[in-house]
Design a protein around this ligand. Structure first.
Ligand SMILES: Nc1ncnc2c1ncn2[C@@H]1O[C@H](COP(=O)(O)OP(=O)(O)OP(=O)(O)O)[C@@H](O)[C@H]1O
Length: 342
């Protein structure tokens, strides 16, 4: 067995999203055969994404069937990474909404906790100066610590390292903050926080399409954005503006989440569409972005105190797990497509 044999066998592994085999797509970085073991490096970039796990499993299968032992590693091509900004962070996911109060922070927290539960190293950055609430939603009571050289070390909860503007806003009333102040604090935070190595950094953006969103689009190399909406028309209209904003800045949209999709009445068992239904899916179709799923209106989201995605045997938790896995899968699609094109 030599490298060419291994490469030939790997042609039998299809990428389910890009519609070709991983060799033709250029997703095999390197193959080395040493002491009868094939060392294969794949250009996979979404750790713990179900699709990428399946690709890795398939690689082991086809080589295993041929009696070849394999050591598999995954590495994003260096050319796809911005080495200057947050070099230890593999993927940056922004969670955005057009309208306020649609559950954007709730979705950000549950995606972060869900990714961590899958096994990924995760950070969560609450950039909402006007209403930071991530620490509360994570049930986190710890504050960040600082080192002698003023580096900020984020506290960790459910394996999620998190930083919130809430820790830094202090006495000033952020409602009177102007754009440049937001810009300054944000860029400082990006520089001063020691995130360590992360597979995913989830950003909770403030609602709308204002200064903070622009600063972030200009400062951080986003992998993509998740847009949250409720099904009613005003929220959908604002979500469409969000989709357009990311389009103008060439930011990938990972997909759309419809929150408060329906309410299952605990008394009568009936399903009620409190804010209407289907608006999110329809918007996803007309704007040609992936629909990630719907989250029911569930009082436990507010009352439980911990991210509901961590709960077992729970319909709302299942809905969040689907969204989380879809987000990771779509991060993978974006990375593999870019790797394949370079
Ligand atoms: N699916 C849901 N079912 C029940 N309550 C929910 C749901 N999603 C969010 N909530 C609750 O609605 C409130 C607003 O949610 P959240 O803070 O996540 O919204 P937001 O869009 O981030 O708001 P803001 O515009 O202030 O940033 C919170 O009390 C939250 O617990």
């Amino acid at each position: 067995m030599d490298e060419a044999d291994v490469r030939e066998k790997l042609r039998r592994v299809e990428d389910p999203d890009l519609g070709d085999d991983i060799v033709s797509l250029g997703l095999v970085n390197a193959i080395a055969v040493e002491d009868g073991v094939a060392k294969v490096s794949l250009a996979l970039g979404a750790p713990y994404a179900p699709t990428e796990r399946d690709i890795a499993t398939r690689v082991r299968e086809v080589l295993g069937e041929a009696g070849i032992d394999v050591e598999l590693t995954a590495k994003q091509p260096a050319s796809l990474r911005d080495e200057d900004v947050l070099p230890g962070v593999k993927n940056i996911i922004a969670v955005a909404s057009g309208k306020g109060g649609v559950g954007k922070s709730t979705v950000a927290v549950n995606i972060a906790a869900g990714l961590s539960k899958l096994g990924a190293r995760v950070g969560l950055f609450d950039t909402d100066v006007y209403g930071p609430n991530v620490p509360q939603m994570l049930g986190s009571e710890e504050s960040p610590t600082t080192t002698e050289d003023d580096t900020i070390i984020p506290p960790e909860r459910y394996g999620v390292r998190h930083i919130s503007m809430a820790y830094l806003v202090g006495e000033d009333d952020p409602v009177i903050w102007r754009g440049p102040m937001v810009h300054q604090v944000l860029t400082q935070l990006v520089d001063d926080v020691e995130w360590g190595d992360l597979d995913y950094l989830v950003l909770d953006l403030p609602p709308g399409t204002g200064d903070t969103q622009l600063t972030i689009l200009q400062t951080l190399p986003l992998t993509g954005a998740v847009i949250v909406t409720t099904p009613e028309e005003v929220a959908i209209d604002d979500a469409r503006k969000g989709v357009e904003m990311f389009g103008r800045h060439d930011t990938n949209v990972l997909g759309l989440v419809e929150n408060m999709s329906s309410f299952v009445c605990p008394d009568c068992g009936g399903q009620h569409d409190v804010f209407g239904s289907g608006g999110g899916q329809a918007l996803a179709e007309t704007t040609d972005i992936p629909y990630l799923g719907g989250i029911p209106l569930d009082p436990a989201i507010r009352t439980d105190g911990d991210p509901i995605v961590l709960k077992d045997d729970d319909q709302t938790a299942d809905a969040f797990r689907v969204v989380t896995e879809e987000v990771a899968n779509n991060v993978g699609v974006i990375n593999r497509r870019r790797a394949s094109e370079t």
